[in-house]
Design a binder for this molecule. Structure first.
Ligand SMILES: [Zn+2]
Length: 277
């Protein structure tokens, strides 16, 4: 299975290196790291970033507070549908979309692929429809206008499959090859999952969504810029679960970093390294 790495939404939050750890300027650079996977079951997207509808009318589709905080750049060429076309594919060939969670910066492109089946945990769909979260972000993070016109959902229990490297899994995703599985990683949201993909050489790619935000949280000497630490604390629904899962990802990276590549949704350097290949 060939995997394409797509940035479906550059964000430039005020604070520079307080957010991305490297920038010298006033604003940082974060990405929305999505995957486009070529499979025998058609094209599969993992997360969708921001879509054409956010770009046409960011407000009130998104929360003004979240737009001010994240400062997304709303570039048409970064939408998943534009990049699918640029790669020479027909957007209608995107048959499946796996969503790590339904936050505004992951679900924006869903409606650009109205015929694709959407795979997500039932728990995530439930809390997103209820717009649950803490009092500051519950209604701001989940924006049902991003998915309320879509009907082709595949909802899964939160775990129950055979374990993978000590993590719970959801396997046998409806219509998808067995090399793709969900890995429940609660904490950022209640129904949040990672997506593990077994590649042709037997190695795995684990897209951990927003289970962590900065490479230093799972590898090397622990480090996370203060802005990203604050953002994760603002958005979390279960701190113990979130930090526990980060610790498990750290252990996985240390023990099996040679055969499991772990990425998150928003680290620009992780994205640049893989996109350059
Ligand atoms: Zn996110």
């Amino acid at each position: 299975m060939k995997i394409h790495h797509l940035n479906c939404g550059t964000c430039c939050p005020a604070g520079g290196r307080l957010f991305d750890g490297t920038t010298d300027g006033a604003t940082g650079r974060l990405v929305c790291h999505c995957l486009l996977v070529e499979t025998e079951a058609g094209l599969v997207l993992v997360d969708t970033g921001y879509g054409t509808r956010e770009i046409a009318h960011p407000l009130p589709r998104l929360s003004p507070a979240m737009v001010a905080l994240c400062n997304p750049q709303f570039r048409t060429e970064e939408t998943a549908i534009a990049q699918v076309r640029a790669l020479g594919f027909d957007p209608a060939d995107v048959r499946h979309i796996i969503i790590t969670h339904l936050d505004f910066d992951h679900a924006g492109g869903l409606e650009d692929f109205p015929n694709a089946a959407i795979h997500v945990t039932a728990r995530e769909r439930e809390v997103a429809d209820q717009r649950r979260g803490n009092v500051l972000v519950g209604t701001r993070r989940y924006r049902p206008a991003q998915w309320d016109g879509l009907e082709n959902w595949r909802l899964y229990p939160f775990g129950g499959g055979e374990p993978w490297h000590g993590f719970d899994t959801v396997r046998d995703l409806d219509g998808l090859p067995p090399e793709i599985l969900l890995v429940p990683l609660a904490g950022h949201t209640w129904g949040h999952t990672g997506v593990a993909i077994r590649q042709g050489d037997g190695d795995w790619l684990l897209h951990a969504g927003d289970a962590y935000f900065f490479r230093g949280e799972i590898g090397g000497t622990y480090h996370c810029p203060p802005g990203l630490r604050g953002y994760q604390a603002l958005m979390e629904v279960d701190r113990a679960a979130r930090l526990g899962n980060q610790a498990r990802l750290r252990q996985l990276a240390a023990a099996h970093g040679d055969s499991v590549r772990i990425i998150c949704a928003h680290d620009a350097l992780e994205f640049d390294l893989l996109a350059a290949r």
